[in-house]
Design a protein. Structure first.
Length: 134
């Protein structure tokens, strides 16, 4: 199985927190950033684990692929076989998700709190529009 690397942004947050006083006013922001970076890393690591069971001779798996067309764009995972190509955008979201038909928003319910969020599918549509197949 591919061993994913902890994002450099998470490493930077850890380094900052080691040097920052406990009562520093920016500390909660850095702690929140660290949680978000690690949550994304753990989500991608979980997906990599499950993809590791696919036969290596039938699939090509690219993690964190960064390409350029008119501008740079990044895919969490690109899975390619002889029959299809699949873009996987990993989201590690806790709680209950509700999608409203015809809307670009979803809601997440967690600990009796409701929060509106953009639907992750919109990011995938943007990535697909950047791919040029010819």
């Amino acid at each position: 199985m591919l061993e994913l690397i902890v994002p450099v942004q998470a490493e930077q947050c850890i380094a900052l927190l080691k040097r920052m006083p406990k009562n520093h006013p920016v500390r909660p922001i850095v702690e929140k950033d660290l949680r978000l970076w690690l949550k994304g890393y753990y989500g991608e690591r979980n997906v990599a684990y499950h993809l590791s069971f696919l036969p290596e001779d039938e699939y090509y798996i690219f993690h964190g692929l960064r390409l350029k067309d008119k501008k740079f764009f990044q895919m969490d995972v690109l899975l390619i076989s002889s029959k299809f190509a699949l873009i996987i955008e990993v989201k590690n979201i806790s709680g209950t998700l509700k999608f409203k038909k015809g809307s670009n928003l979803m809601t997440r319910e967690l600990n009796n709190l409701e929060e509106g969020m953009d639907i992750p599918f919109n990011r995938s549509k943007g990535i697909i529009s950047n791919l040029v197949i010819g």
